[in-house]
Design a protein. Structure first.
Ligand code: NAI
Length: 695
């Protein structure tokens, strides 16, 4: 039986290897087998030292998070690691690939750590709303000091061999032949009788930290600034700080308590949901697993405007050669100038070395000649939002693009099936809907048109990952998933204003829930004229927003919108002029005081309601896809897991009941719960319980 652990002997050294593909996760079974293997080696008189390594591509990717919801069987990881550290024979962790989370904590339980040059070490628990729960917050500060430990633990970001060796995390780094070198290292330790080093007993790094507390406090202040309402970062710091006041065992027990509390809390559940959601989104309905991606080595972006420039940056930053094409020389120069200025600003802040800057700029080129699309594997159109123009461009591409090139449009509202019909190769056409600013926002809606070929979707997904995006595949409809839901919320913002809430009330409800900004401030930031222009073209209306635009109040760019802004400031200030305007516009509405809870419900539940319709129509495949879209494209608070997860947490019966209530008191039938919510609520079910398609 494969227990996930193999043991063999090389002379008087015992080699214990974790063998639990694909990432050697510490499942219940593996922990038990490792514990048994370590104790057996300890008792074996033929063994002088133990080398602990991982089979396959990595040392160990960490805990088995799929087992998180279930009861943990013995031995739990901290107990296993104590057992490893407590050995009197030297234990050497031989690391390659990754040692993440529990894998890194096991390595910290060993007496020595050696690694290959490719090693990446990280404690990414914070990204799942947790703190390292197996000694990481207690051992790491004792090894490298509090400030450096805080940086690693609170960011969750990996460090490579060079940095790890520099700060003292690794005792030796090898270019190749890890096991042979680790064995030689072990034999030397045995021969020289090098005393074993238990990190739990080390004090020097703690003393050094105590002597320089301002360095730690500065680090912590900078790290917690980015906590975005999440509890885990501060909990990491609290546990790290305990190393200064608590003996090791007490600090470890306290670490466990904090870990368990976070693990059972809503935020961590939400963050784990999002972790799995990202993986689930990579599986797309009806696409055979063996579908091969087309090679994408060269990209062209049509249109050097706001979006075109940002999109080109995504590729250039990932080292993929990209040409921006715009027939208007001024627009082209302006667009390229903006891209360059953006990169130079990053370099100036220290985010990009001079060499990297030169490299990135060299992958970017500009052209005003459409023929230059010829060598590109992927062409992304980001010109004005105008159907006739887009169809002309796609008809032209048909004659110019090489066979098999993927033809994408960044349209945010036009029918992609119609755009595809302008070519003789609709199977190569799809939507790649980036979000503004495209070089920053992680979301990429991949819009599958009627005839989009499976390998085109797979290619889009793969290239999205290469440029660091979170891809989510959606179907064609007005606004796709994200903007369609935004639109539904926008309708409620209008109604709330007319019924008695102020822009400040609305934004306070949203920020209280965890959004960084409320919808009114976001509108002011993005420019209210954008939506106004679209509404005029589509012949639709928004009573309040239109009236605000008619006063020339376009948001921050004009110093006033829903709010007013002092010169040079981005702080939204309530403006009596707007409040008077709303009262005038609301003449036929009986205005009332609207409670915070109602404001919040009417900002969140319409998202859920529209999301349910989108699911029912098959525009999104699974509720977690919708959550990813709102988390990565619209600033939905991470700790809430996305609108659909949040609705599941509330319970769909309650969601249905509240929607019915608001529909009744406002006579707004749009607020009636969608049929899917009613069906699920009646069966006591959740969105998550729906059958998961794909894969
Ligand atoms: P923009 O107005 O900033 O830029 C459009 C650019 O297209 C201009 O530089 C123009 O010179 C160029 N252009 C016009 N005709 C062209 C042609 N025949 N060939 C090549 N280039 C041509 O527009 P923006 O905001 O960048 O939007 C572009 C597209 O992206 C639109 O479809 C829009 O709906 C979509 N989009 C916009 C978002 C935003 O927040 N601005 C977000 C997501 C999608």
């Amino acid at each position: 039986m494969n227990t996930g652990i193999t043991t063999r002997q090389d002379g008087r050294i015992c080699i214990i290897e974790i063998d639990n593909p694909p990432v050697n996760a510490m499942s219940n079974a593996v922990r038990a087998a490792l514990f048994a293997a370590v104790t057996a080696a300890a008792q074996d008189e033929g063994v002088d030292a133990i080398v602990l390594a991982g089979k396959g591509k990595v040392f160990c990717g960490g805990a088995e998070i799929r087992e998180f919801g279930q009861p943990m069987s013995e031995p739990i990881l901290p107990v296993l690691i104590d057992e490893i550290e407590g050995q009197t024979k030297p234990v050497i962790a031989a690391l390659h690939g990754v040692a993440f989370g529990g894998g890194f904590e096991i390595a910290l339980g060993a007496h020595f750590r050696v690694a290959t040059r490719d090693i990446k070490l990280a404690l990414p628990e914070v990204k799942l709303g947790l703190i390292p729960g197996a000694g990481g917050t207690q051992r790491l500060p004792r090894l490298i000091g509090l400030a450096k430990a805080a940086r690693l633990i609170v960011t969750g970001e990996p460090v490579g061999a060079k940095d790890a060796e520099m700060v003292g995390l690794l005792d030796a780094v090898f270019d190749s032949d890890l096991l042979a070198n680790a064995l030689a290292f072990a034999r030397k330790i045995v021969a020289e009788k090098t005393p074993i080093r238990r990190i739990s007993l080390m004090t020097a790094a703690l003393d050094a930290s105590r002597a320089d507390m301002p360095a730690f406090e500065d680090e912590v202040a900078a790290l917690l600034k980015r906590a975005r309402g999440l509890d885990a970062p501060a909990a990491c710091v609290e546990s790290i700080r305990n190393t200064l006041t608590m003996p090791f065992a007490e600090g470890l027990a306290r670490e466990r308590e904090i870990f368990v509390k976070l693990r059972d809390g809503e935020q961590s559940k939400a963050q784990r949901h999002l972790f799995f959601a990202e993986r689930a989104a990579l599986k797309v309905r009806g696409i055979p697993a063996e579908t091969k991606a087309r090679a994408i080595a060269k990209v062209a972006v049509l249109g050097a405007g706001t979006m075109g420039g940002g999109i080109a940056m995504c590729f250039a930053s990932a080292g993929i050669p990209v040409t921006i094409i715009d027939p208007n020389p001024e627009a082209l120069a302006r667009g390229m100038g903006a891209v360059e200025a953006n990169y130079r600003a990053t370099a100036k802040r220290g985010g990009l070395s001079e060499a990297a800057l030169a490299r990135v700029l060299a992958t970017l080129s500009a052209s005003s000649d459409f023929n230059d699309v010829a060598g590109s594997d992927l062409i992304i159109e980001a010109v004005f939002e105008d159907m006739a123009l887009k169809k002309t461009i796609f008809a032209n591409l048909d004659g110019l693009a090489k066979p098999g090139a993927i033809l994408a449009t960044n349209t945010s509202s036009l029918d992609i099936n119609e755009i595809a019909s302008a070519t003789t190769r609709p199977q190569d056409v799809l939507g790649l809907h980036f979000f503004s600013p495209a070089n920053v926002m992680r979301l990429l809606e991949i819009v599958r048109a009627e005839k989009t070929a499976p390998d085109v979707l797979v290619s889009a997904m793969e290239v999205a990952r290469r440029i660091g995006k979170v891809p989510v595949t959606v179907g064609v409809c007005y606004g796709f998933v994200g903007n369609r839901m935004l639109h539904a919320r926008g309708g409620q913002v209008e109604r709330l204003l007319l019924e008695g809430a102020s822009p400040a009330d609305i934004d306070a409800a949203a920020t209280g829930f965890g959004f960084a900004m409320g919808p009114c401030a976001v509108g002011d930031l993005a420019g209210l004229d954008v939506g106004w222009r679209i509404r005029k073209e589509r012949g639709t209306k928004a009573i309040v927003a239109d009236a605000i635009c008619e006063l020339g109040r376009f948001g921050q760019k004009t110093g006033k919108g829903y709010f007013r802004y002092e010169a040079g400031s981005r702080t939204p200030l309530p403006d009596p002029e707007v409040e008077a305007l709303i009262v005038r516009l609301a003449a036929e509405h009986a205005r009332r005081t609207i409670g915070q809870q109602e404001v919040l419900d009417r900002l969140i539940l319409p998202l859920v309601n529209e999301g349910a319709r989108i699911l029912d129509e098959g525009i999104a495949e699974r509720s977690s896809d919708i959550d990813l879209i709102w988390i990565n494209g619209y600033g939905f608070p991470v700790g809430r897991g996305g609108p659909m997860f949040h609705a599941d947490s509330l319970g769909l019966a309650k969601v249905a009941e509240r929607l019915d209530h608001y529909a009744a008191i406002t006579a707004d039938e749009k607020l009636r719960p969608a049929p899917l919510i009613v069906r699920l609520a009646a069966g006591g079910k959740s969105f998550e319980s729906l059958p998961q398609t794909g894969g």
